[in-house]
Design a binder for this molecule. Sequence first.
Ligand SMILES: [Zn+2]
Length: 471
Amino acid sequence: MKMVQVRGTEYLDAARIEAMQRKRLRRLLAHVLSHSRFYAEYYRDHGITLDRLPEVQLTDLPPINKDLVMANFDALVCDPAVTRAGVEQFLHESSNYRALYQNRCHVAHTSGSSGSPGIFLYGRRDWDLLQALVGARVICYRPTLGRIRYAYIVKTDGHHGGVKLCQGAPWIAFKQMALSINAPLDRTLRDLDSFRPELLAGYGSGLMVLAQQQLAMGTQIRPRRIVSSGDSLTEEMKRTIQDAFGIPPIDLYASCESLAMGVSCRHNRGIHLFEDWHCFEIIGRDGKPASPGSYGRVRLTTLYNYTQPLIRYDTSDETSLVAGRCPCGWPFRMVEGIAGRTEETLWFARDAGEKECVHPSTFATLHVPGVERWQFVQTAPNELLVRIKTTADPATVVRGVREQVMTFLRPKQLEPFLTVCVEIVGDIPNDPVTGKYRLIIPYRSGGQVPIPSPENAVRIHSTRTSENQLA
Ligand SMILES: [Zn+2]
């Protein structure tokens, strides 16, 4: 039913979409002012109260960011039974991505491209709307006689946005195969080859690796639709995926904050923003709305999430609006691909020289309590340095990091071949060239690779077991 409603919106004009947005915003504001202690106080401090609502515009509201959301987690959520401590405990105890917190909330967590942790919640109704958006506009579901074979290659070992979203497709209509991005590549390819997916989804860079493997190995995986999300699709990635699988990938704009924000259409002019259920502002460096063609940060409002509403939330995504209308006829504005999300895949070698990759999402979704910021540096072909900023007990943090690192080295069968060190540092500065934070620095990727200082670095894993400390 919701899917029919979502499809109906695609035929409205831009003015109707705007009116719809305003109405939904007002309804959401009335909800947060009555149900969220954080928003009620924050807005009251800015002169915004329930009785003033009819005259309030989106731009009258003070913005928020991830730090504010996490620092005021319990007061911000609109369900008093939900607490940050409770959700963290749940994440710690349950790695089953199908499980719901207190049987009422879907949880997606990330450290994302900003390197600091975030936890995002969706109530059951919020989730249904998300699934309708994905069904109608991303996987473009049409009833068929048999079940559609749907394979997705994502992180499957916890509550990560990608797997949460994919597995939400109804089992009655889809025969699903969840493949771990941490499984050895050759096994993934074999599984896909025998499953013959009609619909294939995954992180852009993961699909790129699969495409390269298909071209090299000559497997015949021929999906009818490919959905890429998580990291930016470059023109080269699009070309390689099309060469390998015979069709261009569809670019889904998603993050833990909202798992379906927009999607590219067949005309490949940009990503259409789902403006009926979100408000998007593109804010330039001067703090003002950026004009089409110039880059700015995405400020997001989720109009469907009544559990943990994000209103004027500053993301770390950068993009620019595309001028003009798209021939597909959708009323939604378009943006270029999302920048600021290009993390690099690390390649290591097994003993026989066989190459194996570790996907950026693996690093972006690790979670160790006490870690404020981290960075993964490949200091040599088979050496990994984990740099940590923390104020917690270093020994506990290092132990936690070791456990987490092993969760991806083991399934990839890389454990016997890698040396891993942890270094506790006072700060992790941004890249001096781009001015941006880098979560992952591949070996010889250009720029300076930080060298660990001997007194702060601890070797947590090595094939050379006699050494514990870095010399
Ligand atoms: Zn279009």
